[in-house]
Design a protein around this ligand. Structure first.
Ligand SMILES: [Zn+2]
Length: 661
């Protein structure tokens, strides 16, 4: 009879797994590194991977050292991968799960941002992977057999169990003690969960009873100072992958600034251009070098970005250069580019935009006129207990915006007559620089506060471009998603003519607009993205800047007691401009040129007397009442009376919105 205590002493190095194996009467498996394990067993499914079949670590050589830190015998307790998308981060997680199940059984938890994403991961990524590996199938009974211990969110195997959890649920994180923890898409976790601290901390507590615990963090980054993966990367040894130049052999970290516009790479040492076909050899000869090697024994942190992806397994350098060119033009794309291509946190969205600075940018023109370049008009409406706050915005190329008007109409949203005041206001045309009158193409009305009143008022006007919207606090929501039918009849059936509700990603929209306002600081007046007339109400700028990005909550929050309707209604007008019937963000130059030709004919017609460019500097309360008709304005009137310009630019008939149902 063996004495368990004696055995424990004998195995001074005494690993939990060795003891566990002995108690189960198993033989101790031959040591094998995770990369060798993956090369031996891992198969990639056809779905969702560009290279189906056997896994070759040699295809992504930089993953080898990362994976081998996950080896049971490695002393490294924390492994952090800060990365761009499509560089194999989650595949490392799946390899490790397979290795644990087949080779190093223990309790393991895999956490994703929500229960829903955990379920999808299990069904779409993990199960197909298990089904391709007989060594794993043997250990995990089919899900269909009763009491098999195999469900979507839990897989039992000899010597261990895998639990899949959602970071949005305290309950799902509060399971038994776990030895191995994988935190995937870490930067999307909620930071405060039921007052129990963040999801990351809650999950980490599960591992506290294991000396030989391991934690793998995988994520792309988000906004600087609010990004969990960046914080973890900084706490680790901060390793970067150095690859040699094929010309001079100098090792260097690939950097975006060295990628040329045509997709070559400029060596920092010899200044010669490197073609992308050299990349395979460069990656093979690469090595990870830590900035803080003294931390490497306990916490390795790695940064991987798109330029490192193996040829055929991600974006080419040329594609990256093209995306960079797009991102330079558009701050919304810039955030995405930095996060998902460079794999870095984005700085800037948290910087301040000051009301006084914005007020100084006001132009020489007045409200209710549209300067050159504005071709499409939208409105955003906020409904309050005693008023409608309304903002009207004109849009042009590159989403350039001109604030056309901001007013607050006293009203009681429960009274139908008061809604007519709003519709009358929105029906008033606005004159542009060429004297042509434009009508509002779409108006977004917030239904958050007076839901049923808004539904009733909007329902009959939906075909005229009026939209019921609702802001979502979810920071990951796109600025405008799809509409959904909201109303049901007495039998619970969806009403065909019911209200379409559009969910607005207000956080994304505010980040984008604030970034543009910030970026405008360094732009000359012509090229600014958001323009203001000279006579907006004094409190407009204070309201526009009433919110700050809260780094802990990861969303835009209002200063206490401040009003923010100018910002909210600008967001709504922007969402209307991106809605499917308008889509300013996907218009091509040909579309804009066609609009310009019709709405600003003086630009193109050499035979017409040009109107003074500063025409919009004169107030034009009634475009039709002008007595100084120029040739331009006459031709403009023809355009205004004729067919609506450019099908992509659906100006409604002059009685738009004013029709009563
Ligand atoms: Zn070189």
């Amino acid at each position: 009879m063996l004495d368990l205590d004696t055995i424990d002493v004998d195995l001074a190095s005494g690993t939990d797994a060795v003891l566990d194996s002995w108690r189960r009467g198993w033989t101790i498996p031959e040591p094998i590194t995770l990369s060798a394990w993956a090369d031996k067993y891992r198969k990639l499914p056809k779905e969702g991977s560009s290279e189906a079949g056997d896994w070759y670590t040699s295809r992504m050589p930089f993953l080898r050292e990362i994976m081998d830190c996950l080896h049971r015998e490695s002393t490294v307790r924390e492994i952090t991968i800060k990365k761009s998308t499509q560089v194999g981060g989650t595949e490392v997680g799946i390899n490790w799960l397979g290795y644990i199940i087949e080779h190093a059984p223990a309790s393991v938890m895999y956490v994703l941002p929500t229960i829903d994403t955990a379920r999808k991961f299990s069904e779409q990524r993990l199960t197909p992977a298990i089904n391709l590996m007989p060594v794993l199938q043997e250990r995990i009974p089919p899900a269909r057999s009763r009491d098999s211990g195999n469900t979507t969110l839990m897989k039992k195997f000899p010597g261990g169990v895998l639990v899949l959890s959602g970071a949005n649920s305290s309950a799902s994180l509060a399971s038994m003690p776990i030895m191995y923890l994988i935190l995937d898409e870490l930067s999307k976790y909620p930071t405060d969960l039921d007052d129990q601290g963040g999801a990351e901390q809650q999950a980490l507590r599960r591992t506290s009873s294991y000396v030989r615990r391991k934690v793998l963090r995988i994520s792309s980054a988000t906004i600087k100072d609010a990004c969990a993966i960046s914080a973890a990367y900084d706490a680790g040894d901060q390793s970067r992958y150095y690859v040699p130049c094929p010309h001079c052999a100098r090792k260097q970290v690939l950097m975006i600034d060295q990628v040329t516009d045509d997709g070559q790479y400029l060596c920092v040492a010899c200044g010669r251009l490197i073609d992308e076909h050299h990349k395979t050899r460069m990656l093979e000869a690469g090595e990870w070098i830590a900035l803080f090697p003294e931390r490497s024994a306990s916490h390795r942190s790695f940064h991987i970005w798109s330029a490192m992806a193996a040829i055929g397994l991600g974006y080419t350098w040329r594609e990256i250069a093209d995306m960079r060119a797009e991102a330079r033009k558009d701050s919304a794309k810039e955030v995405v580019f930095v996060n998902t291509i460079l794999g870095e946190a984005y700085e800037g969205a948290s910087q301040k935009v000051e009301a006084n600075d914005l007020q100084l940018r006001a132009g020489k023109w007045v409200r209710r006129t549209i300067p050159r370049g504005g071709f499409i008009v939208t409105a955003g409406v906020d409904v309050q207990v005693n008023r409608f706050a309304v903002q009207i915005v004109a849009w042009g190329r590159n989403e350039q915006a001109w604030i056309v008007d901001y007013v607050e109409l006293p009203a009681d949203p429960t009274r139908k007559e008061d809604w007519d005041i709003l519709w009358d206001f929105l029906a008033q045309p606005v004159a542009n620089a060429a004297g042509i009158t434009l009508h509002i193409s779409a108006a977004a009305v917030d239904s958050g506060n007076w839901t049923q009143e808004v539904y009733n008022a909007v329902r009959p006007r939906q075909s005229q471009g009026v939209m019921a919207i609702k802001g979502s606090k979810d920071a990951t929501k796109p600025i405008i998603g799809r509409a959904s039918k909201q109303e049901v009849d007495t039998k619970g059936r969806t009403q065909r003519k019911g209200v379409n509700l559009w969910i607005i990603g207000v956080n994304s929209a505010k980040s984008t607009l604030m970034q543009r306002l910030l970026g405008d600081t360094d732009r000359d007046e012509e090229s600014r993205l958001i323009h203001f007339p000279k006579d907006l109400p004094d409190d407009y700028y204070a309201m526009l800047t009433a919110e700050r990005f809260d780094l802990a909550a990861k969303r835009w929050l209002k200063k206490k007691g401040a009003r923010n309707e100018a910002l909210d209604t600008l967001v709504y007008a922007y969402a209307a401009a991106l809605s499917p019937s308008i889509r300013i963000h996907v218009k091509r130059e040909a579309d804009w040129a066609a609009m310009e030709a019709k709405l600003e004919p003086a630009n193109d017609d050499l035979f017409t007397t040009r109107a003074p460019l500063a025409i919009a500097a004169q107030p034009r309360p009634e475009a039709t009442s002008t007595t100084e008709q120029t040739a331009v304005q006459t031709s403009a009137a023809v355009v205004a009376r004729g067919t609506p310009p450019a099908g992509a630019n659906p100006f409604a008939s002059p009685d738009w919105l004013s029709r009563r149902d």
